[in-house]
Design a protein around this ligand. Structure first.
Ligand SMILES: NC(=O)C1=CN([C@@H]2O[C@H](COP(=O)(O)OP(=O)(O)OC[C@H]3O[C@@H](n4cnc5c(N)ncnc54)[C@H](OP(=O)(O)O)[C@@H]3O)[C@@H](O)[C@H]2O)C=CC1
Ligand SMILES: CC(=O)[C@@H](O)[C@H](O)COP(=O)(O)O
Ligand SMILES: [Mn+2]
Length: 393
């Protein structure tokens, strides 16, 4: 029986995680769920999975939330604030933590889980983008078990040999990691229409149903850039080992190419419950609620190279990856600010790349030797990004 804390339970990954967990009451129990603003969803989830603890970010929401829980006859205990997020990750009863808070806010609780040697199911890619080397060092030092949940990295994890040695592609006869991306909703949109893209259009992903921040990232392909950096740290890769391939159908979730000409791919319908189920039950397989691909209904199965003019953010992120940790921390922070401003209607879709490029250009390439420095660097990049947003507004 695994005992699980779900960080970001009210989000897309969080709710899918509870869905998979509830399909297997003999295998999993929920210790804690956490939410930020969506208190209605948090109550429904509590009724669905009966966690011992519910964590709210905002202490002021406590009284109203407690009343609702009492009315619903729900006996979970309510905790509040940042320390509580860490506590429900570190508790000795917990062996598995799903890291599904979006953005930089996910870093500290995820690290708390790593530092107490938990199995960490990593959906929050921003943690690795911000702090890759420090994060992976902590995984090794505390013997945490890191299982990638991001569909591409979960696919790569499944396609690597079981005895894969971190960073040693040659030993396993691997020549390349092929990271697939859909290209988002604007893959074929005329160039002149990009300036008038609305938040709802950007969040209307062609194949996946996801939260709004990652949906915008998919539309700009910053998501693939973040995933490029994530892959580097998860598997110990060099930038030249990774190739981004456009695959609009999102049926192949990524591939590993071997020296003998073999390419091993992981395929499936675009539904995150497959990766989540694999992470929860690894190395066993369990049902997830996802149907297998029906090949007779696949009308198209295509591949191409992403165009630099259409997707400047992808190439900015790859550039940052080559520059190092300070650059990836900065571009991640800039992107969070820019996407938030775009979603609030303050800047245009095309301005996201302008903010990211500007912050990347201004970044000092200092060495970040501890998490406090990472957070300081993140905060500085956010201030810079906000200044540019104000100018563009
Ligand atoms: N959705 C997907 O299919 C995939 C997502 N990912 C990654 O997983 C993570 C989650 O994505 P997704 O589920 O789509 O995002 P959502 O926006 O759907 O959910 C985000 C979750 O984080 C919580 N949250 C937001 N801000 C804070 C904060 N400051 N403090 C604490 N909690 C906070 C939200 O709470 P509330 O809703 O209550 O405000 C919600 O529970 C992201 O890092 C994303 O890149 C990776 C691959 C696929
Ligand atoms: C489901 C998942 O893992 C997302 O990160 C997905 O990759 C988004 O689709 P894109 O390939 O369009 O970025
Ligand atoms: Mn992904």
């Amino acid at each position: 029986m695994r005992t699980i804390t779900v960080l970001g339970a009210t989000g897309s990954i969080g709710q899918n995680t509870i869905d998979v967990i509830c399909r297997h009451p003999d295998k999993f129990r929920v210790f804690a769920i956490t939410g930020h603003t969506n208190l209605n969803a948090l109550v429904q989830l509590a009724l669905q999975c009966s966690p011992r603890y519910i964590v709210l970010s905002d202490p002021q929401a406590y009284t109203a939330f407690a009343k609702i829980l009492k009315k619903e006859n729900c006996h979970s205990e309510i905790l509040v604030g940042a320390q509580a997020l860490d506590d429900v990750c570190c508790a000795p009863e917990v062996d598995t933590v799903m890291s599904a808070i979006v953005g930089a806010a996910g870093l500290l609780p995820t690290l708390a889980a790593v530092r107490t040697g938990k199995r960490v199911l990593l959906a929050n890619k921003e943690s690795l983008v911000m702090s890759g080397e420090l994060f992976m060092n902590a995984v090794r030092e505390h013997k945490a078990e890191l299982v990638p949940i991001d569909s591409e990295h979960n696919a790569i994890f499944q396609c690597l040999p079981h005895d894969f040695e971190y960073g040693n592609l040659e030993k396993s006869g691997i020549t390349k990691i092929l990271l697939t991306g859909s290209g988002g909703p604007f893959r074929t949109l005329a160039d002149e229409s990009f300036d008038s893209i609305t938040p709802d259009q950007a969040c209307d992903h062609p194949t996946w149903t996801m939260g709004r921040k990652i949906s915008v990232d998919s539309a700009t392909m910053m998501n693939k850039g973040l995933e490029f950096i994530e892959a580097k740290w998860l598997f110990g890769l060099h930038e030249d080992d990774i190739e981004v391939v456009l695959h609009p159908q999102s049926t192949i979730h990524s591939m590993v190419q071997y020296v003998d000409g073999s390419i091993i791919a992981q395929l499936g319908n675009p539904d995150m419950r497959t990766s989540i189920a694999y992470g929860l039950s690894f190395p066993d397989r369990i049902t997830s609620g996802v149907e297998a691909v029906d090949f007779s209904s696949l009308t198209d199965f295509s591949f191409s190279k992403p165009d630099q003019n259409r997707y400047p953010n992808l190439y900015l992120a790859i550039e940052a990856c080559k520059q190092g940790q300070a650059a990836t921390t900065a571009i991640n922070a800039a992107n969070e600010v820019a996407v938030d401003a775009f979603l609030k209607g303050q800047i245009k879709f095309t301005d996201i790349a302008k903010v990211n490029q500007h912050v990347l250009q201004k970044t000092d390439f200092i060495e970040l030797t501890c998490i406090v420095q990472v957070l300081e660097h993140d905060a500085e990049a956010r201030i810079l990004a906000q200044q540019i947003v104000r100018k563009l507004n």
